[in-house]
Design a protein around this ligand. Structure first.
Ligand code: IMP
Ligand code: MG
Length: 189
């Protein structure tokens, strides 16, 4: 496989991610078969933009019926205004009242985004909000929140690929990799 020059180490390749996505989808479908779910369909809410590759992969293995919705939530992380809460830039156009929701994320780091979205959906009347994430970075946590299901646990390093970006690029890499941050200072696209 051709490695992008900003890649230090490939952590999880396409085959591995596909296999794990299938396992998660089977486990999650089984979970919902044992629950009372409004209209017998779970609402998957993908958090754009990072969720796309994982969600597409995961979705095709879901055997429990589902609907797909998306939200864009900008996190203040990376900025300096610690007091500002995450902002919803694209909201849902369906009602979540009484619904069973499954949030689909690329990675949980500080947990701030997820905490906010989860509370928002419960406030809007969701019956139940669960979370599946491809990656979990437990060392980054600032709020005590956990995914109900995760693909892989990762160390506290800057990752790229399979939805994860550096300056809005590299989401297209077909693997999850550790970024060679020593190259970023002089990096020109
Ligand atoms: P948090 O859990 O609120 O800190 O934010 C999670 C979001 O930050 C994810 O959905 C990603 O978009 C982004 N993020 C966290 N860690 C990384 C990383 O290592 N590389 C790229 N984006 C990341
Ligand atoms: Mg994200």
């Amino acid at each position: 496989m051709n490695k992008h020059p900003l890649v230090k180490e490939i952590l999880h390749n396409e085959t591995e991610i596909d296999k794990r996505s299938k396992e998660l989808a089977e486990e999650i479908s089984e979970y919902y078969r044992g629950q009372e779910v409004k209209e017998n369909a779970v609402v998957l809410i993908g958090l754009l933009k990072g969720c796309i590759p994982f969600m597409a992969n995961f979705l095709k293995y879901m055997t429990y019926e589902c609907m797909t919705e998306y939200m864009v939530v900008s996190s203040y992380l990376g900025g300096t205004k610690q007091s500002e809460e995450p902002k919803i830039n694209l909201d849902l156009d369906i009602s979540v009242k009484g619904r069973s929701i499954l949030i689909v994320e690329d990675i949980i780091d500080s947990g701030n985004t997820l905490d906010y979205v989860k509370k928002y959906l419960l406030f809007k009347g969701a019956r139940d909000v669960k979370v599946v994430t491809l990656l979990d970075k437990p060392e980054g946590r600032q709020v005590p929140i956990e995914a109900d299901w995760y693909g892989f646990s990762v160390k506290n390093e800057f990752l790229i690929g399979f939805g994860l970006d550096y300056q809005e690029r590299l989401r297209n890499l077909p693997y999850v990799a550790v970024c060679d941050t020593s190259k970023l200072k002089d990096w020109k696209w």
